[in-house]
Design a protein around this ligand. Sequence first.
Ligand code: MRU
Length: 382
Amino acid sequence: MTGAVDGQHGAFAPAAHPMKIDGKPWRTIWLEPDGGSIGVIDQTQLPHQFTTRTLRSCDEAAEAIRTMVVRGAPLIGVTGAYGLMLALQVDPSDAALAAAFEQLNATRPTAVNLRWALERVRDRVAPLPPAERAEAAKAEAAAIAEEDVAMCEAIGEHGLAIVQQLAAARPAERQGQPFHVLTHCNAGWLATVDWGTALAPIYKAHRAGLNIHVWVDETRPRNQGASLTAYELGREGVPHTVIVDNAGGHLMQHGQVDAVIVGTDRTTRRGDVCNKIGTYLKALAAHDNNVPFYVALPASTIDWTIDDGVAEIPIEARSAREVTHIQGRTAAGELAVVQLTPEGSEGFNPAFDVTPARLVTALITERGVAPASEDGLRNLYA
Ligand code: MRU
């Protein structure tokens, strides 16, 4: 079901929720008042239309993840966790639990948060009698969501300290100027439950009164930067400018980027980071121009089973149609999809790339800031 914004949503206390749209607090996902279905913001319609959807079955949850109604590694994980709840409400048997796990886990392959959250719910409910499983899955999914909010806020605090240090260390002639952060894709609150990962330090800095400005990579082909990052920064009143994906290197060469902060969908135990396609090129440009390159992540994004991100992380291949076509709003206010490429030209659409740890200045986690290395991560997560 789809509905326009009209006020109340979700079973949570608005005062506890920092992110607002037109003055109303929102999260990206919530338990509906009926206690048995899930509400989400439909991100495929943003920034032009703000609508919500109600997910009532495991099939609907899987479809919402697959079609990117919800997206962003932490939010995909929470949606998957609630998807298991929805499945168990219908059939709490071992076989149904296993089938729902497989169905949800197959929706998107790269972000490890999905597998992590599904395993967490499955391991919590599997030892229970079937009659108790759906309620236990609901509680576990809610706990994952609440923990995600807390982790993202902590990432924001640790990232704020870095931004403040970097801003203060700028030469005297640059002190009055905005602190310019470049980000890629959307790793804000729309990619999580609240706050965001890469954008959490930016929101914290903005609220602390720091003069901050964000270069927003449009992030072809799905344009999560142009549509989602720009949207949420705008709602928070954070100064920002959307740039084409190829502009970042030029801006860095001309001293227009003080730091890059991005998110990650999977981080290996030695600190390689997999994020939206194009992140690697930004890391190379940052390295060449001595611009610090930070990656913000919660613990749920670390895959301790993997060393070498380039060799081992599965990269989602999405439809070539996302390359050959583009969605936007017409002058008449309608959402429309138009074709960019000539008839007969093929497209290829790897959705993520891997930035090797050596190009990452540091990882900003909920436990603090660590070098992008196995020692760095193990010092935080003993
Ligand atoms: O394909 P998406 O939109 O799910 O990709 C999202 C990203 O790459 C984010 O930057 C990532 O999930 C970082 S976590 C907030």
